[in-house]
Write a protein that binds this ligand. Sequence first.
Ligand code: G3I
Length: 350
Amino acid sequence: MKSITHIFFILLVFISACNVSAQDGTIRNSADKLHKNIGVAVSNKFFTFPDNHEYKTILKSEFNILVAENAMKPSSIESVRGEFNFSKPDSLIAFAIANNMKVRGHCLVISRPISNWMDNEQMTREELFAILKEYITTVVSHYKGKIYAWDVVNEAINIKETDGYRKTIWYNVLGPQYIDSAFVWAHQADPNALLFYNDNSGETLGGKSDAIFNLVKGLKDRNIPIDGVGLQCHFKLGQTNFEEMKKNMDRIAAIGLQTQITELDISIPQSMFNEDSYKKQAEEYKQIVSLFLNDKNCTCLLFWGLTDGFSWIPKKSKNTRGKGLILSEDYSKKPAYYSILNLLQESNTK
Ligand code: G3I
C-alpha cells in the first residue's frame, strides 16, 4: 500500500511538472514575467520565405527582442550612394511589432564592412562628415520610435595603436570627433532611443575594457548623449572570468551608464564537440545569464544567432571552432538552453 501511495505521489509530481513546462516552457515566457529583454540576432534566413517558418516560430515564441545580424548595417542599407534600402529591416520591424517584441539597431558606424563608395579616403573631411550625418539622420529618423536602442558606434578601439583608436576611414579622415558627432546626430533624430557604444573583448578587466571605459567616460564628461555600453561577449569556452566581468559592469554603472550583453556566444574548439563540453557550456551560460538577471543596470541580453547553423564562428574560424549557441543546427535544445530556462523559471519563483 505504502509503495502504491509512493508511486501515485511521484506520478502527481511528474504531471504537475509537465503542466508547469507546458505553461512556462519558453525563455520568453519567463523573461516577460521578469521584465527582462532577452533576444537573438536575426540572420538572412529570416528573409528567405517560404522556408523560414520554423525559424520565425522559434523567434517569436522564445524571445522578446531582436536585432538584425547584418541587415541594418550601412553596407546593406546604403550600398549605392543616396539609395536607402530599408526593405529587409522594415520587414523585421513589422514582425517584431506584430509579435510585441522590441528591436535593437545594429549599427550606425562600423569600420568593416562598409559600402565601396563610402570607403574612399580621398574624400575631404567636410564631405565625409556630411555623408555620415546624412546616413545617421536618415536611418534613425526612418526608425524613430521603433528602435529601442542603437549601437551608434561599433568597435572604434584598438589598444595596439598608440592612441588607442582603430584606424578606420572614419578615424583617418575625421579624427576621433566622429564618435561624439555620431551620438549627437543619432540623439537629434530620435531623442527617445537609447544610444550605445558597442565593442568586443572588453567584457572583463584589462587594457581593452579600460580603454572602453575611458572612451565612454569621456563622452559622458562632455555631455554627449550616450546611454550605455554594449558588451559583445563572443566568449570561448573556459576562458571568461565572470567575477571580473561583474566588476567591469559595476564600474560602468557607477558613471551612470547601462550595460547590455549584445552578441553572446560561447564557442567550443572543433576537437571538443562532445556532451561534456555542452554541459560546461551550459554552466557558463548559466553564470552569465545569472549576472544579467541580478543586475538591474544590465538591460538586455542577445545571443548572436538563433542556432549553431546560423553562427558567424565556423566560417570565421575556418571550422576550428563552433557550436556556440543554445540551439543545435536542427533547432533542438542544447543543455545551455535548459540551463537558462531553469534559471529564469527559478528566478520567477523567488
Ligand atoms: O550576403 C552575402 C552573400 O550574398 C554572399 O554570397 C556571401 C559570400 O560569402 O556573403 C554574404 O555576406 C556575408 C554576410 O555576413 C551575410 O551572411 C559576408 O560575406 C560576411 O562577411 C558577413 O559576416 C558578418 C560580419 O559581422 C561582417 O559584417 C557576420 O555574419 C556577422 O555575424 C558579424 O557580426 C559582427 C557584428 O556585426 C559586430 N561584432 C562582431 C560580430 C562577429 O564578427
